[in-house]
Design a binder for this molecule. Structure first.
Ligand code: SF4
Ligand code: SF4
Ligand code: SF4
Length: 272
């Protein structure tokens, strides 16, 4: 039973957040929302422990589709970074701001970039592409993420500064158009660079939050140097080019790890 401690712990963390937000905000939605995500994540970890090869994809689809279709399209909640700026500027601490606080700003201190491996609806689609392992070395164009980050902030800032009306409607359409653009850019980049995760590495504005916070992550893949035979398999299968054999926080591309566990599954010596 000891091996099932992690899914139970994860469910407990999410349920605690669900109940605290439900009671403090007096809104039943939070109980439903975080319970659903907690159950999906715990189910994924449970399936992973049971060695189910689709464990990560199950969580990714359960959470990603829920956020994209239910929260985004049905509830009209812009969960993209523009939505975060929008609710932040209006001073409303609602779903999008809470989502960013939990999944992308403070959550990574605990579970690193688990969001990117298990929940993001952009990567949910990109991971269907065939380039699971990057064909070439990483390009030095990660600075583009700061441009997309600044552009998202400038877009929402301009709406407020010009006192544009009907902002709720604009944000809904920004969500639709933003997602279409993200998917198009992600697919084109993936095909050009033969790398499913090229969008995550070079363009995604959310990594401006995710990378520094995940540097301090509690949950990390670590290498048992006693068992490791330096075969290099872990680095060859890593979609994010992480040097996982180095246990230091400064390891190469350390803040890129999405906890996908491909390295762990492929290590012939169970060193990870
Ligand atoms: S880097 Fe961005 S697009 Fe990629 S999985 Fe993370 S949040 Fe999603
Ligand atoms: S796959 Fe395992 S044994 Fe090989 S280098 Fe990586 S950690 Fe070491
Ligand atoms: S393969 Fe390992 S090091 Fe690379 S992203 Fe996945 S979990 Fe992280």
């Amino acid at each position: 039973m000891k091996k099932y401690v992690l899914p139970v712990l994860m469910l407990t963390v999410f349920e605690t957040v669900a109940v605290v937000l439900w009671l403090t905000k007096d809104n039943l939605f939070y109980l439903f929302n975080f319970s659903y995500i907690g159950i999906a994540v715990s189910l994924g970890i449970f399936l992973y422990i049971r060695k189910n090869r689709y464990a990560r994809r199950v969580v990714q689809l359960l959470v990603g589709l829920y956020m994209l279709v239910y929260l985004g399209l049905i509830c009209n909640e812009n969960m993209q970074i523009e939505g975060f700026w929008y609710y932040l500027f209006t001073g409303v601490f609602e779903a999008a701001t809470i989502h960013y606080a939990v999944a992308k700003i403070f959550g990574p201190l605990l579970f690193g970039r688990g969001w990117c491996g298990y929940a993001c609806w952009t990567a949910m689609v990109l991971d269907f592409l065939p380039y699971k392992v990057p064909a070439g070395p990483r390009k030095k164009i990660g600075w583009i993420r700061y441009i997309t980050f600044a552009a998202s902030l400038a877009f929402v800032g301009a709406l407020f500064l010009t006192h544009t009306g009907n902002l709720e409607r604009i944000m809904f359409w920004a969500f639709i158009i933003g997602n279409v653009l993200y998917y198009a850019a992600g697919i084109i980049l993936a095909v050009l660079l033969k790398d499913n995760r090229a969008f995550c590495k070079y363009l995604c504005p959310i990594t401006v939050f995710l990378k520094p916070m995940s540097y301090f992550a509690l949950m990390r893949v670590k290498c048992d140097r006693e068992k490791c035979v330096s075969c290099g398999k872990c680095k060859r299968v890593c979609p994010m080019d992480v040097d996982v054999t180095d246990n230091s926080r400064n390891r190469k591309n350390g803040t890129e790890c999405i906890l996908c566990m491909e390295c762990v599954k492929n290590c012939p010596k169970n060193a990870l």
